[in-house]
Design a protein around this ligand. Sequence first.
Ligand SMILES: NC(=O)c1ccc[n+]([C@@H]2O[C@H](COP(=O)([O-])OP(=O)(O)OC[C@H]3O[C@@H](n4cnc5c(N)ncnc54)[C@H](O)[C@@H]3O)[C@@H](O)[C@H]2O)c1
Length: 269
Amino acid sequence: MGKPVFINSYYTCQIMAATGMLAGRIALVTGAGSGIGRAVCRVMAREGAAVAAVDLNQEAAHATIQGLPTAGSMSHQAFCADVSSGGSVSELVQNVRAAFSALPTVAVNSAGITQDAFMLKMPEERFDKVIAVNLKGTFLVNQTLARALVSEGITGASIVNIASIVGKTGNIGQANYAASKAGVIGLTKTAAMELGRKGIRVNAVLPGFTETPMTDVIPEKVKATVTSLIPLNRMGQPEEIAEACLFLASDRASYITGAALEVTGGLSA
Ligand SMILES: NC(=O)c1ccc[n+]([C@@H]2O[C@H](COP(=O)([O-])OP(=O)(O)OC[C@H]3O[C@@H](n4cnc5c(N)ncnc54)[C@H](O)[C@@H]3O)[C@@H](O)[C@H]2O)c1
């Protein structure tokens, strides 16, 4: 007969603990109900994070967490919030903190919209709306989470903001969107400068043309034309953007802040 195996609570904890690049971390992901945000949730859960999946569409956020692998003893949770509202974002950060009994030390800002029109015809409301969600929404989540982290003295945090290659190149019909994404790059670089000494890294990912519900509405003919300009000759998959977010969020990117990483299949500015 072999020796009896004594499992004390320390070893039990080790067995229960999640493994992976984000083991033991809480990751807040906005725009988590669809496309890139949903893929980010999957990749981060795979790597051991407990995910706070945030979306304006609560049902979609719930659907995202249903399919996620569990992260050790912590469960994933869905939250409804409008990133363009300061009140909603403040409430969100408080609710996430209460639900997980800790603040997230990873955040990915993927909530975003398009409302395309040629500039000469673009109504003021469309310009304002896209700036409010894409740029101000990203600012509010960065500011609110960073304030909370700093006030609790938590370091080792990483924020990833989803911008777009269009923020560098511009794009016909997207004066509002391109301006919002250029703004996200500027915001990211500034936040990185201000928050580095406080132990918070802030980076941007600039996706190219990626297959999600956002691009599903583009006519096939236009898709074919854009694809022909991409050196890798295809659209990106949301998972390919998510893997770049994972790297920047993880400690493997511990000396990277203020970067704007293009994930575009080679399409560049
Ligand atoms: N798909 C692409 O080709 C592409 C390229 C470059 C950048 N991006 C950017 O990537 C991000 C994700 O895009 P996607 O393609 O996954 O789009 P998507 O439309 O599939 O997902 C966007 C999600 O954001 C949510 N959302 C919208 N407004 C919100 C708000 N006010 N508050 C909270 N959530 C809100 C939506 O409900 C949706 O679930 C966006 O910021 C987008 O601009 C996408």
